[in-house]
Design a protein around this ligand. Structure first.
Ligand code: GAP
Length: 454
């Protein structure tokens, strides 16, 4: 059975505590576009940094890139996004709502008298499915004609393919090697929703790994690289703190495979409730589809030349593609819990985020606002802030202050109390175990730092 649905509670917590706001809220909101508030931007940045460190900085066989969102329109013809990046759409003639034709809530067959609208229930008013391209179109320059059409990229991957030889030549990398980037992507989704799960503007963290299509043992073959990246990426999600029993692979059947893919697996996370297991990341074997199409459409050779054997070839590509926003939703869902506390009437809400990605690493509190405690706590805050994000709070009862930090996932709370002024020690409370340890004030930074960087 799936864990309970916590999305609605998360939407409210995220707004209240400054993680995520609806875009342009004062104008009634923009459909499925979200803004990241002070804590949300820190959490998402920590997730992106972890990905960048694991995929680029910690390896010598992957290079970073930051390609532009706007690209030459021919890119999207070569990639087949103009022709194929479509969803079948049906409209209800009665309530004017739109649905994907494969929406499981639709009863009967759209375009026939028995097709029933899932929103208003009217029969026979659903249109026949028509294809709807998901790319956002705009114009480059002052003239709004067909020659000036450009698209907001629906994936970051194409920026990597068109720069394959630029990166390879400038870094002198040899196949096998990869190129990674993090950036915005845009899709005019017909049925976005479930908070930041499916949005129209989102961020992708993508890596394209170029391998020799003819490699055989003892060299690593393309399929062995594919398996390697599947395992690496699953491990990354586990290390992010996602429960292993909420993660699984889903292999794409022939019908599900994208037009470019030879093989594909999704890494799915169990979002709970009716959403259940859903894709957070795709690992795709794209063959030489992309490079050969760009070679054909640009008229420029994109072959790799093996300097040792003098062989020229188009490498195969193994792609890993994860949504930063979706990964963030997964850690929020995974971490959310409500619990009772022994000996206390009031329960607490906790975001059990891994300490390494928590937006605030420590709360610092004076037990009471007198006897030099606020001054001591403020000085400690200034010292700790040099090393990691901390939050100073002196308002309200100490229990309330702990609760406020639990709710935003702060792993440690440091309290300056009556004993501090006598022996220069403070207590450090652990968010999950609630245990308190007494530590010398000048050692607090050294105590916390290794626990929040792993
Ligand atoms: N380059 C391959 C590619 O884009 P995809 O499966 O369409 O593959 C990869 O997308 C990842 O991007 C997904 O696993 C998901 O995490 C994220 N993603 C895709 N569409 C999204 C959307 N509308 N909103 C949020 N995240 C999305």
């Amino acid at each position: 059975m799936s864990p309970p649905d916590v999305l609605e509670k998360l939407v409210s917590l995220c707004k209240r505590r400054g993680f995520i706001f609806q875009s342009s809220e004062i104008y009634g909101g923009t459909g499925s576009v979200w803004d990241y508030g002070p804590l949300g931007v820190e959490l998402k940045r920590n997730i992106k940094d972890r990905w960048w460190n694991a995929m680029v900085r910690a390896r010598d066989d992957i290079e970073g890139l930051d390609a532009a969102i706007l690209m030459h329109p021919r890119v999207w013809e070569a990639s087949e996004h103009v022709a194929n990046f479509t969803d079948p759409l049906v409209d209800c003639g009665n309530c004017k709502k739109r649905f994907r034709a494969d929406d499981p809530r639709i009863k009967g067959t759209p375009g026939t008298p028995d097709g029933q609208c899932p929103a208003c229930g009217t029969k026979g008013k659903l249109s026949e499915p028509r294809l709807f391209n998901l790319m956002f179109k705009t114009f480059m320059g002052p003239v709004e004609d067909s020659a000036a059409v450009v698209y907001l990229r629906p994936e970051t991957a194409q920026g990597i393919y068109v720069n394959f030889l630029n990166v390879q030549g400038s870094t002198r990398q040899r196949v096998p090697f990869g190129i990674a980037q993090i950036g915005k992507a845009f899709r005019n989704e017909i049925t976005p929703g479930n908070f930041i799960f499916r949005t129209r503007e989102f961020e992708q963290m993508e890596m394209q790994f170029f391998v020799d299509p003819a490699a055989t043992a003892p060299a690593t073959t393309d399929m062995e690289w594919f398996e390697y990246w599947k395992a690496q990426r699953l491990e990354w999600h586990r290390a992010l703190g996602l429960s292993p029993d909420r993660l699984q692979f889903h292999q794409h059947s022939k019908e599900e495979l994208a037009h470019y893919a030879r093989a594909a697996f999704d890494i799915q996370f169990d979002f709970g409730g009716t959403l259940g297991f859903q894709e957070v990341e795709g690992v795709h074997h794209r063959g030489d589809f992309d490079l050969s199409r760009h070679q054909q459409f640009s008229g420029k050779k994109l072959e790799y030349i093996d300097q040792v054997t003098n062989r020229r070839y188009l490498p195969f590509i193994i792609e890993t593609s994860v949504g930063a926003d979706r990964a963030m939703l997964a850690v929020l869902v995974n971490g959310y819990r409500e619990e009772t506390v022994e000996g206390e009437d009031e329960g607490r809400t906790v975001l059990g985020l891994a300490a390494a990605i928590a937006p605030i690493k420590a709360g610092v509190f004076p037990l009471v606002k007198k006897d030099g405690m606020p001054e001591f706590a403020e000085k400690l805050t200034t010292e700790l802030r040099k090393r990691f994000p901390v939050f100073y709070d002196e308002s309200g009862a100490i229990g309330r202050r702990y609760r406020r930090q639990d709710e935003v996932g702060t792993p440690f709370c440091v309290t300056v109390d009556g004993q501090t002024t006598q022996d220069q020690t403070v207590t450090i409370r652990d968010r999950d175990t609630l245990k308190q340890e007494r530590v010398a004030a000048d050692r607090v930074g050294d105590w916390i730092a290794p626990r929040v960087t792993a």
